[in-house]
Design a protein around this ligand. Structure first.
Ligand code: NBP
Length: 477
């Protein structure tokens, strides 16, 4: 037994993660259900470091130093359970089983509980950064017991991405499903970021009348400012790309139906259960859904809309500057909502998640990496009990400075008939938080009217009910 870590499941993610460990000087046992893949990996990349190829589960487990550390990198769902069923009988108390797949956090909680009974640490790890991240340094979100982090953390810190200040983009998130929960919300925020960028693009195209090449330039400029992020950077690349077959902008030859693998949907479903308003993320998930309903869209194409001419010259450029403000303000809202969800999950499951540390480990390696995350970390470091990001003086000041332009952009979208579900939902969330009074008072009245659901008053303690079908006197409930 010579290997410090093992990886089972050698599709693209598992192979690249195994190579990342090997390139960082660890001896890595590798295993895959179909053994040909194991052999192929070692043949092709064996020169990169020390690999121990294992044909059988037994050989794999025997190759590992104790306590064993084995990473399961198979398709999420039933395959993960199948692999756990296969390996668990071969393991000993103190061993650490790591699930690096995109598991639902509830599955991770269940698996952790089951393996804990056998004295085995089960660590659900969120990994972001795609194939390239797995190989060159992902952002890693480990859950599981603190003891398991003692055994595993230093290795993860070696292979993780490093933020600009050199800090590894990983830290112990919290027990059982905390890591996969945070990865899930990361993906939800990723959906929102992508949707906001898409809306900004659409507005620049339709309202400002910019070409894709010009928009690519605009995003490049924005990427040098406060929006500096991986997603803005790749957006400029995609928009500047020209299709070789037709000579048209690439973005004009791609079918406009966005697909999804489900983590955005999980974020919204979980937010519903927790009662957390993640309207920006939800609109992003729904926007993909709308795009995919080709038949409905075709049948609706003749519906009436405004006739609007694109702007030109200085007016177009002035509008583009406002879009930057709207994008930044909406982005603050998405992160406000996502971090609210993490806080709510942490409270619900008793995870004790440090929100500043989460912002910190997203600074490199992952899809939503951005300069902006340094700001979020600073806000939570300064005040760990911050009720929300908008309660931070810095963010409040910035969003306040952006709000006039943000409104102008949403108004222009509405006037021009351009869908901006995430921009608009984010602005409404901002206005809802700001409002002195919300119409929820009326909702409570309606609920009391038809269902005797009772209400509280602004001026007295207690629950009240009005006898709506009687003489309308008020009773104490
Ligand atoms: P896949 O999700 O395509 O899974 C393929 C692997 O699962 C192969 O090694 C396959 O073995 C193994 N497998 C299956 Br399928 N059923 C199995 C079973 N019953 N028993 C044992 N092994 C089984 O691989 P991936 O795209 O590398 O992703 C791995 C995990 O990482 C997934 O959970 C994914 O959601 C997550 N993830 C992916 C990305 C990404 O960018 N792709 C990013 C972050 C996380 P075989 O070779 O014998 O068929």
């Amino acid at each position: 037994s010579t290997a410090q870590i093992g990886v089972t499941g050698l599709a693209v993610m598992g192979s690249n993660l195994a190579r990342n460990f090997a390139r960082n000087g660890f001896t890595v046992a590798v295993h895959n259900r179909t053994a040909a893949k194991t052999r192929a990996l070692v043949e092709e990349f064996g020169h990169e470091g020390d690999f121990v190829a294992a044909e059988s589960a037994k050989e794999f487990v025997d190759a590992l130093e104790r306590p064993r550390r084995l990473i399961v990198m198979v398709k999420a769902g039933e395959p993960t359970d199948a692999v756990i069923r296969e390996f668990a009988p071969l393991l000993e108390p103190g061993d650490v089983v790591i699930d690096g797949g995109n598991a639902h956090f509830e599955d991770t909680r269940r698996r952790e509980r089951e393996l804990r009974e056998r004295g085995i640490h089960f660590v659900g790890v969120g990994i972001s950064g795609g194939e390239e991240g797995a190989l060159l340094g992902p952002s890693i979100m480990p859950g599981g017991s603190p003891e398991s982090y003692d055994a595993l953390g230093p290795m993860l810190e070696r292979i993780a991405a490093k933020a600009a200040d050199g800090t590894p983009c990983t830290s112990h998130v919290g027990p059982d499903g905390a890591g996969h929960f945070v990865k899930m919300v990361h993906n939800g925020i990723e959906y929102a970021d992508m949707q906001l960028i898409a809306e900004a693009y659409h507005l620049l195209r339709k309202v400002a009348g910019y070409s894709p090449a010009r928009i690519a330039e605009t995003f490049r400029t924005w990427n040098r400012g406060r929006l500096d992020s991986y997603l803005i950077e790749i957006t400029a690349e995609v928009l500047a790309h020209v299709d070789t077959a037709t000579g048209k902008p690439f973005v004009d030859v791609v079918a406009d139906a966005a697909e999804q693998k489900g983590t955005g949907r999980w974020t919204v479903q979980t937010a519903m259960d927790l009662g957390v308003p993640v309207s920006g993320i939800a609109e992003a998930v729904f926007a993909r859904a709308v795009s995919g309903h080709a038949g409905l869209r075709a049948a609706s194409r003749g519906l009436a809309g405004p006739s609007a001419q694109p702007l030109a010259g200085e007016a177009a450029d002035a509008f583009a500057a406002k879009v930057e403000q709207a994008l930044y303000a909406s982005k603050i809202v998405s992160y406000t909502q996502g971090f609210h969800q993490i806080r709510a999950g942490s409270e619900e499951y008793g995870w004790g998640i440090d929100l500043g540390a989460v912002a910190s480990l997203w600074r490199g390696g992952c899809i939503i990496r951005a300069a902006f995350l340094d700001r979020i970390r600073a806000a939570y470091d300064a005040r760990p009990d911050l009720p929300g990001l908008l309660a931070d003086a810095g963010f409040a000041q910035e969003i306040g400075a952006a709000q006039d332009d943000w409104r102008a952009v949403v108004a222009a979208a509405v006037a021009g008939g351009i869908p901006v579900p995430a921009f608009a939902a984010s602005l409404s969330y901002y206005d809802a938080l700001r409002a002195e009074r919300l119409p929820a008072a009326l909702t409570q009245g309606q609920r009391d009217f038809f269902g005797a659901h009772t209400y509280r008053r602004t001026d007295r303690e207690g629950s009240f009910h009005t006898l709506w079908s009687g003489d309308r006197t008020e009773t104490t409930a």
